[in-house]
Design a binder for this molecule. Structure first.
Ligand code: BTN
Length: 326
């Protein structure tokens, strides 16, 4: 009921009468009043005027189940959410739920992670109050070989979601970091449970630096946040809902062909490496090349100095700018 009341308050520019809420939800005036008091405690500014009702004046950067649910406009992606003030890792929560057959598209969100995971076994610093840590659970009927492409869909969704909510242009560093001014804003970690030719479930975890103002020393020069880039706070729940909307769209396009042909152009238009000289770092082998963009299956096409074209597969390979991280 709380999420529904919040949604009504947000969607209405006018007062909503207490009696109307009682009728809609079949509850007493006291129950409605209690919900309003809870919302105020969480930081919502709600005006209550006798004979008129309730009106939402402002909502802060609140992360809660009710706030996220009240903003979600999707059919299935993030339509069902599970929110934690604190958990080990939202990827772990999603994987456990995947084992138990939770609904396709369930989104796990935390305000803080105590064992946040990055790619290649690294840790992902996950303090409270300023970032997005979320993981979507999917059961795609695809060959496991195709699953890495889903990560690229999420990269598009994050960049487009950021643009939709903040107006800020960010780019993708192949395959799936979101960057701005040469620094990383978001990382994506996809994990899956598979049989030889069958995916049991895939989880796509997204960590976004939203309102942080400082970073640990080791990533100070390569990390940034939306707040640092824009000079103002961003409401995390709004961004989560926008990213889910974008992801749902990209995923449905993907399913039509089971490859990235329907989103390749969009991805390449966001790709910061495109038409740039890059350093390709393979285990035990490092060389320079010119990046041309991704193909239909998400590999990076590069031109070598001798004019030959080569396809770079993600995984153990990383691609950097010739002079730095991007
Ligand atoms: C990277 O190394 O770039 C990927 C970072 C992914 C971090 C996110 S935060 C939400 C989800 N839960 C985790 O433990 N990791 C991912």
């Amino acid at each position: 009921m709380k999420a529904e009341i919040l949604r009504l308050l947000k969607e209405s520019n006018n007062y909503i009468s207490g009696q109307q809420l009682c009728d809609d939800f079949h509850v007493s005036r006291t129950a409605v009043w209690k919900v309003m008091e809870q919302l105020k405690k969480e930081g919502y500014q709600i005006e209550a005027v006798r004979n008129k009702g309730y009106r939402l004046i402002d909502s802060p950067d609140v992360m809660s189940q009710a706030e996220i649910d009240s903003l979600m406009k999707t059919e299935w992606a993030g339509r069902h959410t599970v929110y934690y003030d604190e958990t080990d890792s939202t990827n772990n929560r999603a994987k456990d739920a995947g084992e138990k057959g939770a609904e396709h598209g369930t989104l796990f969100v935390a305000d803080r992670q105590i064992a946040g995971k990055g790619r290649r076994g690294r840790a992902w610093e996950s303090p409270a109050g300023s970032s997005i840590y979320m993981t979507i659970l999917l059961y795609p009927r695809l060959s496991p070989m195709k699953a890495p492409q889903l990560t690229l869909l999420m990269a598009i969704a994050v960049a487009e979601g950021i643009r939709q909510v903040t107006g800020l242009d960010t780019g993708i560093k192949w395959p799936n970091d979101i960057v701005r001014n040469g620094k990383k804003i978001c990382g994506i970690l996809t994990e899956m449970s598979t049989e030889i030719d069958y995916i049991n479930h895939v989880v796509i975890g997204v960590g976004i630096n939203v309102n942080q103002e400082t970073f640990p020393q080791d990533i100070q020069n390569t990390a940034t946040s939306l707040k640092l880039e824009m000079g103002q706070n961003v409401k995390r729940s709004e961004l989560i809902a926008a990213i889910m909307e974008q992801f749902e769209k990209c995923y449905e396009t993907f399913l039509q062909t089971e490859d990235l042909s329907g989103v390749k152009e969009q991805y390449n238009s966001l790709l910061v490496n495109k038409d740039q000289d890059v350093k390709v770092l393979e285990p035990g082998n490092e060389y320079e090349a010119h990046a041309l963009g991704i193909n239909e299956t998400g590999e990076l096409l590069v031109r070598l100095p001798d004019g030959q074209e080569k396809v770079i597969y993600a995984g153990e390979v990383s691609v950097r700018g010739v002079y730095g991280y991007v």
